[in-house]
Ligand binder design. Sequence first.
Ligand SMILES: Nc1ncnc2c1ncn2[C@@H]1O[C@H](COP(=O)(O)OP(=O)(O)OP(=O)(O)O)[C@@H](O)[C@H]1O
Ligand code: SF4
Ligand SMILES: [Mg+2]
Length: 321
Amino acid sequence: MSLLKLEDLVIDFAVEGRVAHVARGVSLTIAPREVVGLVGESGCGKSVVSLAIMGLLETPPARIAAAELTLNGKDLLALNNRQRRAIRGREMAMIFQEPMTSLNPVYTIGDQVREAYLAHNADDDASRALAALDEVHIPNAKNIVNCYPHELSGGMKQRVMIAMALICRPSLLLADEPTTALDVTVQAQILALLREIRATQKMGMLFITHDLGVIAELADRVCVMYAGRIVESAPAAKIFAAPRHPYTRALLKCVPKMRGARERLYNLAGTVPSPFALPPGCKFAPRCEWATPECRQIEPDLRAVADEHCVACRQVKASGS
Ligand SMILES: Nc1ncnc2c1ncn2[C@@H]1O[C@H](COP(=O)(O)OP(=O)(O)OP(=O)(O)O)[C@@H](O)[C@H]1O
Ligand code: SF4
Ligand SMILES: [Mg+2]
């Protein structure tokens, strides 16, 4: 059984008489203990998808519909707000890009970590917060529990957020760009921590990033998102060895290489279209070097082109055909 199953998620925002189509038929599954990477440029819809899974999008202005959303077989679409709140933090938890805005500046770290536990449990003792901070390798946790967020570095704050997310032992962790706001060395430490958590805890993960280098280090499977849709999905090894969608190929060309001949870094021209004014046909056509007139008329569906490999591009033929 899948840990998470999301089928045909559609999210629109109605803003001042205009409608933004920010998720357009997104389907994804995460198996127990699997790490799925969700990648795409800024504005592709990665965060809104994760917020919809968590039940954190306000409706209105958002309008959300899905054919299926289940966690451990439980139908999340059938739950009311109170029931969704009971699942958040306990069965699934989320960490965000900017830890400073996620921590409350007027409570100590210890109080906030304990609060995350007490939201779903009645028993508590002071050692629990300490143990949770130890688990994410916060040095000198005995002193840190009495500190306020502004006394901690960005990396330490992100470790606290991870400790809070893990304290109720959720089976799914949604990580929305958790390393983007950190400098490179701290980013590497947090990635190492997430890799360790993945190895030691029975937890699936949706890891959101615009950085394919980060995905390469962590994900089992990758979903590439463009203009509100998944345009390619495959095991991570396949995506990196043989990307098929022109967008994925372009994203990979943008990743600097440490080895081989020196060459000018590729620049993908153009920008993600506004969800208020999506072009007809394939949404990537204005930036695609393979685009044909048909591409600009009919949007291709996501279809299997090889075992466990799906692509939404009319120019990509299935292997063996
Ligand atoms: N409350 C909202 N009202 C209207 N539009 C919104 C709202 N929230 C998000 N959007 C739009 O939805 C689209 C997708 O946003 P989202 O934040 O999911 O992108 P993202 O892929 O996470 O980008 P980034 O990498 O910058 O975090 C964007 O065009 C954004 O402007
Ligand atoms: S469908 Fe056409 S425009 Fe879209 S990615 Fe494929 S080749 Fe490019
Ligand atoms: Mg985002």
